[in-house]
Design a protein around this ligand. Structure first.
Ligand SMILES: Nc1ncnc2c1ncn2[C@@H]1O[C@H](COP(=O)(O)OP(=O)(O)OP(=O)(O)O)[C@@H](O)[C@H]1O
Ligand SMILES: [Mg+2]
Length: 243
């Protein structure tokens, strides 16, 4: 993995480990998760702009509702750290150089990664987590790249990956359905939940908050998509499948 040149310090003394009382969670619809054992999630893709950071941030936020969660920003652009520093997420974020030091203080760890990982990165990514989530936007170019990526993962023996369809356009567009069918025909594991395309996600990143805290009519729907994904990760279906 690439090592960033500089990174903001993780201040554990400032850690407010009270997820349900944190203001960011007030009035939010939290899924009713039980406590699960420790989980390491990595979010990775070959192509850029597939919603890796958006997914890592929201998955970490929802896992924090279960147990103390650390989001590790493995992208030298520090997108997740920058997003966090605008307002502050109700969970901790650090860069990957700090991960080893702090990981023992957390139950769940979510890794956000840079696009185009090297073969060495892939080996580490594939073997070092409980679930490798591969976000994919439903378009032809992304699909080609996805197959190249999953081929490499399979060659490396990393079988615990699952594709997450992201930025899926609303009906009547059928792009999401077509790509899902293509993946299923190819025998690739795919999350049942689609992450639908909502402007609220872009607003969330711009304002430095989670999507549920954005003033937008679709904020709750956008948040509920990731809640359903985390339900799938924990083996509990919180709601239906693809919309
Ligand atoms: N479900 C969604 N609906 C609409 N826009 C989205 C959605 N998810 C992410 N986006 C937007 O798509 C863009 C790319 O998302 P993001 O930065 O999460 O992707 P990434 O894979 O981490 O990119 P990179 O490869 O550059 O790290 C951002 O502008 C983000 O706000
Ligand atoms: Mg990113």
């Amino acid at each position: 993995m690439t090592t960033p040149q500089s990174s903001p310090r993780l201040d554990l003394s400032a850690l407010d480990w009270q997820p349900f009382s944190h203001p960011a969670f007030q009035n939010s619809r939290l899924p009713n998760f039980q406590t699960f054992s420790s989980m390491i999630i990595t979010v990775a893709s070959l192509k850029g702009g597939q919603a890796k950071t958006t997914s890592a941030v929201h998955i970490a936020a929802l896992m924090q509702a279960d147990a103390k969660t650390l989001l590790v920003d493995g992208d030298p652009n520090h997108s997740a750290l920058n997003w966090h520093q605008r307002k502050g997420f109700p969970f901790e974020v650090c860069d990957e150089r700090q991960a080893v030091k702090f990981s023992r203080d957390f139950t769940h760890i979510v890794f956000d990664t840079q696009a185009r990982p090297s073969r060495e990165d892939l080996e580490i990514l594939g073997g070092g987590c409980d679930q490798l989530i591969v976000p994919l936007t439903p378009d032809a170019l992304s699909l080609d790249t996805l197959f190249a990526f999953t081929d490499s993962l399979q060659q490396l023996g990393a079988m615990q990956f699952k594709v997450l369809l992201t930025i899926v356009p609303p009906r009547p567009a059928t792009d999401g359905i077509f790509v899902r069918q293509t993946l299923e025909k190819a025998g690739l594991p795919v999350f049942k939940t689609d992450i639908r395309r909502y402007k609220a996600f872009q607003k969330a990143a711009l304002s430095g908050v989670l999507v549920k805290d954005v003033a937008d009519d679709y904020a709750a729907a956008a948040w509920s998509d990731y809640a359903a994904v985390v339900g799938e990760i924990f083996g509990k279906s919180e709601k239906g499948t693809a919309k």
